[in-house]
Design a protein around this ligand. Structure first.
Ligand code: NIG
Ligand code: FE
Length: 423
């Protein structure tokens, strides 16, 4: 629901889970389990798109007497979720590959045979702008229905100058259409497009196209703040990632890396050495990587939706990462191949079942820590506190622990935003 008033009070709530640290910044170590909850007839008051006051109903300042009232139905209110890693600009699903995987083919075998990422590329290139925007909007709507108010959206299915830019524009337009804040990331270095396969020379030419033409054009048009690269066997190697990272920085873009997903190859460490915002996936993160990530403030973004869909044996060890002091976030990785999962609560469930997180930690990882992974202000995003963005998720549960507990269920019954919350 979008409320078009300048003053608003959300009342009749069981719990307000603020996810706000005592000070600013992400929630680390045991603080990740302390979500600063109000449970004594709490209300949240909003003015001009920002939270103005939170506290007990009886103490609500008189200035809100005239505010529009929203009935919280005795339920649990959290900040709107921040999904800090998605691939939403695709035009059709890949359920055909789902069937192939179920019959025994691996993700890498499907990709090597021209399926996978390049099959989504075909879809994007053949689609009209209208179709691309419509499908991207549909995908963001899928996320919003599950509580997401801010999303990181990557390109990476265009794999050419023209089509990478089209994807990034589509993500911006779709965000406006569904009233969602977008952080855009150019992932032209997602996979080698078919026309550049077959020789080292062509491979180098493609990477040069990415760093010398596509990314500068992205910067010129202001289409993304960040660049991403898929570091793995079968994707881009250490030398290529290092070269890419240097050029990204020189262009004034921030960096994030798909790292240590399918093999151990030092991806987390390389990302952190280049001061990436985050290293994402991390099923195979090694101890050297974790140290550099902590030292350089590179967040760990865990994407267990893809671990699940790819039927991998190795899950990211979130418990180890949190205890070591790393900033740990979770995201859906929503994409048509490895994670057709648009339900953050289900991802939280996977993180609890397989990555060693507690339910509270999983919620912290999808709110304030996800904001940190995107370098959004943790005073404004993924938290409920005076000055934060007026964007909330209302959950049909009695306790925030039940959000991941009802596995696969969408307990988010309302996303509440109000006038000027994004400006
Ligand atoms: O995050 N790892 C690489 N990229 C995506 C998958 C994209 C796709 O399969 O279309 C991921 O899992
Ligand atoms: Fe991804």
């Amino acid at each position: 629901m979008h409320i078009d008033s300048d003053k608003l009070v959300i009342e009749n709530l069981k719990r307000v889970v603020t996810c706000a640290p005592d000070n600013s910044g992400p929630l680390l170590r045991e603080n990740m389990r302390a979500l600063n909850v109000l449970n004594d007839d709490p209300v949240v008051a909003v003015k001009d798109g920002r939270v103005a006051w939170i506290g007990e109903f009886d103490r609500l300042p008189a200035v809100f007497d005239t505010a529009e009232r929203i009935d919280g139905k005795g339920l649990v209110l959290t900040p709107g979720l921040v999904d800090c890693h998605t691939h939403p600009a695709f035009v059709r699903g890949r359920a055909d590959e789902f069937a192939m995987r179920l019959a025994g083919a691996t993700y890498e075998q499907i990709a090597a045979a021209g399926g996978g990422i390049v099959s989504s590329t075909k879809g994007v290139r053949e689609a009209t702008d209208e179709k691309l925007v419509a499908e991207t909007t549909r995908n963001l709507q899928r996320l919003r229905r599950h509580g997401v108010v801010a999303v990181e959206g990557k390109s990476g299915y265009g794999l050419s100058l023209e089509h990478e830019l089209r994807q990034l524009r589509a993500i911006g337009t779709a965000g406006e259409a569904v009233d969602m804040h977008t952080v855009r990331t150019c992932l032209a270095a997602h996979s080698l497009p078919m026309e550049y396969r077959g020789s080292d020379k062509k491979r180098a030419e493609y990477l040069k196209l990415v760093t010398d033409e596509i990314l500068p054009a992205v910067v010129k048009e202001g289409l993304a703040e960040r660049a991403d690269i898929f570091h793995d066997k079968g994707a881009f190697n250490v030398r290529e990632v290092v070269e890419f990272a240097k050029k990204v920085k020189a262009l004034g873009l921030r960096l994030t890396v798909h790292a240590d997903q399918l093999h151990e190859d030092g991806g987390g460490e390389i990302a952190a050495a280049h001061h990436a915002d985050s290293a994402d996936h991390l099923e195979f993160l090694d101890p050297a990587g974790i140290d550099v990530m902590i030292k350089n403030g590179t967040c760990a973004v865990l994407l267990p939706g893809s671990t699940y869909v790819l039927k991998m044996q190795q899950w990211a060890d979130g418990r180890w990462m949190i205890d070591a002091g790393l900033t740990v976030a979770l995201a859906t990785d929503f994409n048509p191949g490895s994670s057709p999962v648009a339900n953050p609560a289900f991802v939280m469930n996977l993180a609890v079942m397989h990555c060693g997180l507690t339910p509270e930690e999983a919620l912290a990882a999808f709110t304030v820590n996800a904001a940190q992974a995107l370098r959004l202000s943790t005073d404004e995003w993924g938290v409920i506190k005076p000055g934060s963005r007026a964007a909330f998720a209302l959950w049909d549960v009695d306790h925030e622990r039940e959000i991941p507990y009802y596995a696969g269920t969408n307990s988010c019954i309302e996303v509440i935003t109000c006038r000027a919350w994004r400006s």
